[in-house]
Design a binder for this molecule. Structure first.
Ligand SMILES: Nc1nc2c([nH]c(=O)n2[C@@H]2O[C@H](COP(=O)(O)OP(=O)(O)OP(=O)(O)O)[C@@H](O)[C@H]2O)c(=O)[nH]1
Length: 155
């Protein structure tokens, strides 16, 4: 049996007040160069996904994000030749600093509905669909009102 290790990667959908989401372009010399991706990167050994994402956002965009500003939005998987990519996406609506392309060739803000026409890594289209659903839920207030549901944990 060909057993592949899980390769955990975290990514952020930074959402601005107009509902647009930040994408960055992968630089020349990296795999998938030129494609548009969500900012983020590999989870290092011993690191939590949230700590990894906060670190990556500081390194790549020079912004500061608090852990309680990270809301899970979805995940995607892709079988790679030697590993199995697990890509976890978080929605981020609050951060400090102005995003600058420290590691990327360029940045752009896009509505999720407009991302289908952009070249993105193969694992990303399912994430874009989950993100669009998440943001639509937020806009309809469904996620906020879910907090008012009765607690289903055992008594
Ligand atoms: N950040 C990010 N990575 C993605 C996305 N989609 C996707 O398949 N990946 C993959 O996840 C992996 C992340 O690796 P990376 O090279 O960007 O990570 P990193 O920032 O830690 O890089 P480094 O090793 O240069 O420090 C790559 O294999 C990349 O192709 C995405 O939307 N955002």
């Amino acid at each position: 049996m060909n057993e592949r290790m899980i390769f955990p990667v975290v990514a952020a959908a930074l959402v601005d007040s107009a509902g647009r989401v930040l994408l960055q372009q992968r630089p020349a010399g990296k795999p998938l160069a030129g494609l548009w991706e969500f900012p983020g990167g590999k989870v290092e050994r011993g690191e939590s996904p949230e700590a990894a994402l906060i670190r990556e956002l500081a390194e790549e965009l020079e912004i500061s994000v608090a852990s309680d500003a990270l809301t899970p939005a979805g995940f995607a998987t892709e079988m790679l030749p030697d590993r199995h990519l697990l890509l976890m996406l978080y929605v981020v609506r609050e951060w400090q600093g102005e995003a600058r392309p420290h590691a990327a060739t360029a940045l752009r803000w896009e509505q999720p509905a407009d991302m289908a026409s952009l070249p993105m890594p193969p694992a990303d289209p399912p994430l874009v669909r989950q993100l669009a659903a998440c943001l639509a839920w937020d806009a309809a207030g469904i996620r906020r009102s879910a907090a008012a549901l009765p607690d289903a944990s055992p008594a």
